[in-house]
Write a protein that binds this ligand. Sequence first.
Ligand SMILES: *Cc1c(COP(=O)(O)O)cnc(C)c1O
Length: 421
Amino acid sequence: MSSNFPLNHDELSKLTKKFPTPFYIYDEKAIRENIRYFTKAFSIFPEFREYFAVKACPNPYILKILAEEGCGADCSSLPELMLSKMVGLKGDYVMFTSNETPASEYQYAFAEGDIINLDDITHIEFLRKSLGKLPETICFRYNPGQAKHGCNSIIGKPEEAKYGCTREQLIEAYKVCKAGGVKHFGLHTMVASNELNPEFFVDTAKLVFELSLEIKEKCGVNIEFVDLGGGIGIPYREEQKKVDLEYVANEIHKLYERMIVPAGLDPMRICFECGRPITGPYGWLVTKAIHEKHIYREYIGTDACMADLMRPGMYGSYHELTVSGKENAPKDHVYDVVGSLCENCDKFAVQRPLPKIDIGDLLIIHDAGAHGRAMGFNYNGKLRAGELLLRENGEVMQIRRRETVEDLFATLDLDGVANFR
Ligand SMILES: *Cc1c(COP(=O)(O)O)cnc(C)c1O
């Protein structure tokens, strides 16, 4: 079940006078409480670390809150590395999990001392050429292929996924790196997305622990940290339940005691690089009903669109939607709540039972705090919504303004076109 929106109807109405819709709003207090719960669940591992997946919510204010709470950053590109640096994260607090990476990005990560997580065995030589040597610490991404079943629709089956190395390649890769002077080693995998079954993460840990033992035996390499990836889901739907992180942590700990300790690999750092379960439930897209139409279905048109929140259009994802001030009203109407993009998949809700919506009503789209604003785009000349932060003291500050037409045209050479014949 998605978490409650932190502002009542009067507070939200007042806020929209200062910050017109649409906008994203994040709840600092809830994000802090949530990350504390997350790290506490895993505190059974003294060296546990969560590397927040920057791509989920790439705003430096959010990153700074999470850095203050002890998180590192998991980055997939140069701008994400730069954002992490901007908030003071560096060295082994930054994990660079990229794929198809240009040399210049490896060079930047290396210069900052960030942990480089290689996606493929051929990237060892690519990295050596890019840097002139290998870094002291290297991590590899493992793709278990058919060894891991039951994967879900966003990432798909591992054997069809472009990411990571095979088991055989990894054995070879660690040998090559050891011979090449690499001193510290990590092992990473990420095989799920938005998964709610806790057993899934326990199984993944088992797979990665087994492989760590094999690597020790065959390569003489001690894996010092394992990164179990992201993929912990959130309950987007009313009837879904949060992943029980204490259960996951305790089960992984049992495996650790049984496998890692006897093999002499203790202490080994356990890491996650989650985005969705950290900020997802604590960010909302607020939009206004500006049109209604009555054809074969009942439609409500909003001032936000799929360019602000792509998940429903792209994956058919469900997001809870509430009407501010009508939380307790009977859901006796059925609507398609739609945005203004010239694409028929631009629907925030499809055939959804909702209270009667009037023009001017404020609609709250829940669980938009991860992979929300971040996935936005400018197709159809759409200008993306800004971002607000509800502080712990109740104040609201703008942490990203709305896009303007000038932003959209900034990459065009407008002087050139004036003289173009
Ligand atoms: C997207 C991604 C994450 C974060 O996934 P969430 O579902 O937001 O937790 C972590 N690691 C990698 C490599 C990713 O691609």
